[in-house]
Design a protein around this ligand. Sequence first.
Ligand code: T4K
Length: 405
Amino acid sequence: MSFMKKQTTDLACLGGPPLFADKLYVGRPNLCSRQKLHAALDQIFDNRWLTNDGPFLRRFEDKLQEFLGVRHAVAVCNATIGLQMVYRALGRARSTRKKALMPAFTFIATAHAWEWEGGQPEFCDVDPARHLLSPADAAAKLDAEAALLVGVHTWGQPCRIAELEALAKARNIPLVFDSAHAFSNFHGSRRIGGFGDAEVFSFHATKFFNTFEGGAITTNDDALAAELRHMRNFGFAGYDQVARLGTNGKMQEISAAMGLCLMDELDALLETNRRNYRAYREAFAGLPGISLLALDKPETLNCQYVVGELSPELPAFARDLLVDVLWAENVLVRKYFHPGCHRAAPYAGRAPAPVLPVTEDLCRRVVVFPTGTAVQPEQIRQIAATVRFVLEHADDVQRQRKKHP
Ligand code: T4K
């Protein structure tokens, strides 16, 4: 039984015992059955085929295609390389234009992958309610220098897809979705994966569905898929035949095996995340000073991020104070995506500085809470009670921390 906070000195940062003995992380990996993965490893040893288009990879890609309802799933070593490959195939290889429009409120990889390919991200704002790319801001910034439009299904919520598709079509530029957060999620009756020209999923360890490291590019474009398959393998189009510039984007057999094993657990993982999301919603309901991002139709989403927003009325120090206090309690909340891509290297300081009022505001107020199979509803109730205590005593806690840093 953990210790509830009744006075400020009960807080771990002020000398009390931590709320939890073990750390709760955002992104603690979900695991499949050990026996199944061990059996797959035996098979990989028997096959003596460790990477490069092996039998597990092929089965995994077939499974992804069927599950996502897309013509092609190209598994890759991680989503960042996947984004680079797509950005190159659809952007840099087809056009001398350097700009790609994308939200600044995203993980840095969305931007870095384009910059890495020699482009320049043009950062756009997001909407305050759902934190998704604003089609209006993208339209305003989309000029003759734009090579690409990049939507991000942030927190797994589908972008305003129809509007972005219309915009990309009207300006005749490709549309890519960074779908790192959105595996298995629906937009209407279709799963995310078949929208725009291509979508890129992350299967990093911290994602609710993981392949240790990994990702997949999905597309319904046959020619693009063929190009990406060559690109992923140094540009080889057959033995000794290099057809184009390529990289090493291959997924290993053990990662594909992990993906296949975890696909069997998908329903249980989704149910756990949705249970935790409901527990957070209930525990935080009516809690002064913080609200949780309300997902539209959570039963169609993987709910892998539980996103809190501190009230704008709270003092400016409140968010960072809450984060520091919770870390001391072994609740390792995160400030994703502080400070915003535009304020991170190498983009910070570039002129003209983008005007992104919603992004700036969110970066000051967002806190992401731990969820997944390592988190239980009772712990969520205890986290909520601690958050309530900290926000109610924020001034006092801040004063005492300054006295006893
Ligand atoms: N686009 C978007 C929108 C993304 O969010 C991401 C990645 C990408 C593209 C690129 O995808 P990948 O190239 O990674 O496939 C994490 C993840 O590294 C990153 O994948 C993710 N988004 C981002 C939102 O979060 P960090 O730096 O916070 O993760 P990390 O490795 O520090 O892990 C977080 C915590 O999870 C650790 O403190 C402890 C725990 N953990 C982590 C790992 C790796 C474990 O308990 N076990 C583990 O094995 O970025």
